[in-house]
Design a protein around this ligand. Sequence first.
Ligand code: 7TS
Length: 412
Amino acid sequence: MVAPPYDIEAVRRDFPILEQKVNGQALVYLDSAASSQRPRAVIDAVRRHYETSHANVHRGAHELSVRATEAYEDARACVAAHIGAEDAAEIVFVRGTTEAINLVAGSLGKAHIGPGDEILLTKMEHHSNLVPWQLLAERTGATLRFVDVSPEGRLVLDDYARMLSERTRLVGVTHISNSLGVINPVREIAALAHEAGAFCLVDGAQAAPHLALDMGALGCDFYAFSGHKMCGPTGIGVLWARRAILEEMPPYQGGGEMIASVTLAGSTWAAVPHKFEAGTPNIAGAVGLGAAIRYLNAIGLDAIRRYETELLGYALERLGEIEGLRIYGPTDERVGVLSFTYLDVHAHDLATILDQRGIAIRAGHHCNQPLMEHLGVDATARASLYLYSTFQEVDALCEALHLAGEIFCRSA
Ligand code: 7TS
């Protein structure tokens, strides 16, 4: 084992929640793909905002409102720099990935997608990159089509290239699957979508926590992610889109903050991104997300990726030694989101047994029901790793799985 690229013990001390015992055992938190934990830097930034700077934004009539507006817009600039956006106006704050995708479906979808048009998705999409398009298809008469997933757990790219046509209006794809852990070649996917004249939306919920992102290099049109999976608060997320596209899109929700002027006869819209931020936004959430990004960058996403890759290799090896355990997804081009089935133990029973030992994993369909059907399972257990996960935690997981296997075999 090579020395970790950062001081893992110091990083763990940054996360107060990890210090506790659960069910009498040291907490082993392996559910970061559902929601990561927050470092003290984020908790403190949110507390400081409420203690010193909170007021409503963009109203500017008094000092606190000016401070709150500056903090909110600073967070936007921080996100823009972090993902290589050309302009902070390309960052729309939303509740999370789900709302970002609903925004695109509700706005661009309504304006640009009609009967006979096709929306091309994949069989590995999270429900939040599927159901908004189903709703849109119902309303508009558009057709949804789905790129296949290979037995190894990768997108079948030949299939994708064949399915694209002049009818394809939008391609929606997850950057990293929340069940298979696979990293999809989104740059190539976006380039092919553009050749066919389609927009490309990337669901970055599982990628933003792990990968250094550069919107210019990726080449997609929309990129969505959530703060709470990358050490930030819940209820804050980001839709990035090219400014020219955002300017063309009609508003998503109406209300305060998003207008230039209102009369009883009609309204005109504020400039982007405010046109898409109706109502009082999650100001403290944005401040917390800015703090999370600064925290991750202080460690370095490349260092985090190197450490996680090392840890993932170890986890794949150790889990691979357990008889009767099957891991889904490829062994390379992936992150440490590890879905598995074990003997005939139901995933929920497995999660309960592990929880008794203080080990938190997720069990279920992971909002991936069509993918589960494709894999021929109802549910999987899922252990997910992040920058604060350790080799000892992987050992604890494997030990607990051995124990669960023994209990199961005795009772079977
Ligand atoms: N897309 C992907 C790929 C996701 O993994 C998730 C959440 C979402 C979208 C939705 O994000 P939200 O923040 O708007 O809820 N995934 C999971 C998960 O795997 N377990 O819990 C939530």
